[in-house]
Design a protein around this ligand. Sequence first.
Ligand code: FMN
Length: 182
Amino acid sequence: MKLDSKDVVRLIQTHPTSVITTVNEEGVCNAASFSWLSPVSFDPPMVAFMISPKRYTYKNITATGEFVLNVMTKHFLDEVMHLGKESFKDNPNKIEETDLGLVRSEEVEPPRIEEAVVWLECTVNGMHEAGDHYIVVGEIVAAEVDEEFWKDGRFLAEEAETLHHVDGDRFLVGGNIVEWED
Ligand SMILES: Cc1cc2nc3c(=O)[nH]c(=O)nc-3n(C[C@H](O)[C@H](O)[C@H](O)COP(=O)(O)O)c2cc1C
């Protein structure tokens, strides 16, 4: 079955929907939701996310070159949707309208979201225009995971119940781990 171009990009949704925190030039924090993201490099550790230049987050990223990627769980879906539907441009109080807490980061100015299960503090390594989005590549300068979801050197994504965006308001959560044995 052939698909329209607007639908094809929905076919490879795998990484956990995250809230990206940034600050503007006055140091005011913003937070928005992002599903299009990917690991990029082991050494140095790098991640990328895709952003429309219409986002206020884009303005902050280009102005300050720092962000924190906060991986969220299904328990905070309301907050993820709120931060992903409201823009700081029209609603600078959008974070305060949630019950999410902000805590100081170790290496970058944007704060972490207290309720996240993974925190990746990043400095921008490069940005590449790609169609109607930009690819933002970030070098991870500090990282932490909620130890409840870390065992034997592995992240327990199925227990953390991270959100994996399918489309619109639908997310995959949990599921079965299939482990290949040599
Ligand atoms: C679940 C979800 C995932 C989203 N993923 C992305 C994304 O990957 N890239 C993007 O540019 N916008 C994405 N958005 C839209 C932004 O989060 C939204 O436009 C937000 O209002 C931007 O806020 P800001 O203008 O304050 O930065 C997503 C929204 C939702 C609800």
